[in-house]
Design a protein around this ligand. Sequence first.
Ligand SMILES: O=C(O)CCC(=O)C(=O)O
Ligand SMILES: [Fe+2]
Length: 325
Amino acid sequence: MQLDHDPACKVAFPVIDLHGGRALLSDNSQRRSQVASEIVAAGKEFGFFQVVSHGVGDDAVQAFRAAAAAFFALPAEEKQPYCSYDMSKRFRLATSTSYDGGETRYWRDYVKFSCYPASDDNIRSWPSKPAEFAPRLVEYCEAVQELAQTLLGLVAEGLGLDSGFFAGEHSSGDTNMSINYYPPCPDPAVTMGLPAHCDRYLLTLLTQADVAGLQARYGGRWLLVCPVPGAFVVNFGHQMEFITNGLLACVEHRAVTNSSTVRMSVATHVQPTDGCLIKPAPELVDEATHPAKYREFLFSEFLEAYDAADASREDALEPFKTHHD
Ligand SMILES: O=C(O)CCC(=O)C(=O)O
Ligand SMILES: [Fe+2]
């Protein structure tokens, strides 16, 4: 198993300056349209990019990451009540670390939960310890949600759609968070952190602080998404690929482990409402030149197919293709 990225590869994922995020961008329409085209160009070429000067305060990022790390550091008996493999649980802690000696081994503990909005149901499901977890989560998610909407507006404009195109049902399902915790691993050469997959949602915003480990597919190989101080890594989920008729593809990615340092990634997944009708945007379809590659379906239908596809990008897309391409 070859886990390392190719050090001879000189390609790097683009780093895009958002000039302070929503407020600053809205004051300058020329700058806004330039950033929108940079985002769409990066999305078409790579499906992965990083944003800096994005308007989410470093304090909010650091404070939430510290609270999340403190959760993982709790004694096992305090975390035990959250431990579950029942996917319907609103907040659950699980591990994919196995000692069974199977072919590929994984080395990751994680929590998955609904992080936004701060509805009563969501708040009730969050851990009460450490005490800073819930308040720091609310702060972090409000800021990240605003950044997500800014990015979605820019993506829409860059594609020639109305800037509010993604603002309604496409992005107003409860936002999901995965906090992935990778302890130092005795043998990274034979152990993956997280298997290759595409995100099932619309848009993912991820922080990985300064520990490398995330790799994404580019040109048939795995390319490291190098940590950039203060940056959010942005990538598109399957829904963006459907809605843009394949223009902004979801790209496979995975995480590798290392033997010396704990790595923690915080992935925020913006998603449609369950009942949202997903279909290629009519503005991006032309029966003669760009026929619709995907049929219409409800987002809930996709979620079932995704689980059945077991992390295979092609198997997840297949039931929704029109076979025009
Ligand atoms: O740990 C990472 O950097 C990858 C996380 C990820 O891809 C996910 O949670 O969907
Ligand atoms: Fe992912």
